[in-house]
Design a binder for this molecule. Sequence first.
Ligand code: FMN
Length: 395
Amino acid sequence: MKKHWDNPQEHPMPEGTRVPASLQIANVTVAPATVLAPMAGVTDTVFRRFIRNASVFSASPDHASIEDQVSNQQSGCGLIMTEFTSADGLARMRESKRKRYLTFYDDEHPISAQLFGSNPQTLAEAARIVEDTGFDMVDLNLGCPAKRVVSCNGGSGLLRDLPLIATIFESVRAAVTIPFTVKFRLGWNDNHIVCVPLARLAEDSGLNAVAIHARTREQGYAGQARWHHIAEVKAAVRIPVIGNGDVRTPEDACALIAKTDCDAVMIGRAAPANPWIFKQIAEYTATGRYDAPTDHDRYRMIRTYFEMLLTELTPDTSRAPAAEAAGKMKQFASWFTHGVRGGGALRKSIYEAKTGAAILEAVDHFFSRELADDESLDSSLPDAQTFVPSLAAGE
Ligand SMILES: Cc1cc2nc3c(=O)[nH]c(=O)nc-3n(C[C@H](O)[C@H](O)[C@H](O)COP(=O)(O)O)c2cc1C
């Protein structure tokens, strides 16, 4: 595929480490072995397809269309996951409303739907709905730190009750034939680290893979993810282990594999800051180097995402865009423009704009000035920590 990035970065390849070319989760092939983490308020169908197709948007002006189907190999992202969805809500709501929560498109396969809840029967019922809707996998959330979820014993709240988790595993496993996985934090706090027994329980209950965010619930997003616990889990089970936490660059992805021997890398906050991350990991794995985006790439990327939002959220784009689209554009702009020189001014004009169309205009205006100057933007990767962890209600 033709490249037009003109400021490649050279990085030393960590000795002997690669992000694996593929990972098999039961009958589902995840290739390459990279996963877009579930993120509430972020990984809706628009964002997921945006990430899946990111290589197309940045490959060449001739290919800047989502009409071209992109293989997972090209995109560098092997598996995508939905935002977490309430099992109670799904089981209760009307079919038409369910569709809105579980919308996905053909180009999103393989795709996993994540559920949260604490009632084994309700989770089983919701998992059946997920399977009937056509998802490739179903995942259980045991990581969400949000008080409203934990207070109902959901998310990371369940980490304090392994016997109840065992019943949930059994009930969901019996309800579906698609691969069933679980994503969890290390434990409730440092006095209650349960990741190894929990992973063993998952394996014994017939789950097909585990994903670990290497922090405790009490830790929130503070400090560093403690990858050595991922290594302990990997050594304890034979089912695939997906490592997660603080992977912000291709070098981090390779280092996570090297230090833990995990089977795949899951990436959360780095994705909206740097939608090229999956493609960069694939390049780095193949060649030991990767390209940084140019200002043209950034312009095309932000504009494409905003157009996708407007199309998806306001089917008739001639009408005033829904507040939801404008809200998402503002949220994304604040993340995505952190690596852009003069990004503060762009953020300001986006925040001041009242409609989606006005936001697009602000983007066009900013980049037309920047591109005319023909000066490259600050190519340093945005700091993933600029994401607001308090938004992480879904984990
Ligand atoms: C805004 C936001 C929303 C999140 N929502 C979810 C979620 O719905 N389900 C989940 O399992 N984790 C959720 N997480 C946690 C991420 O999936 C991931 O485990 C965490 O961000 C650590 O990975 P990272 O360092 O690559 O970001 C969320 C995180 C953020 C920042």
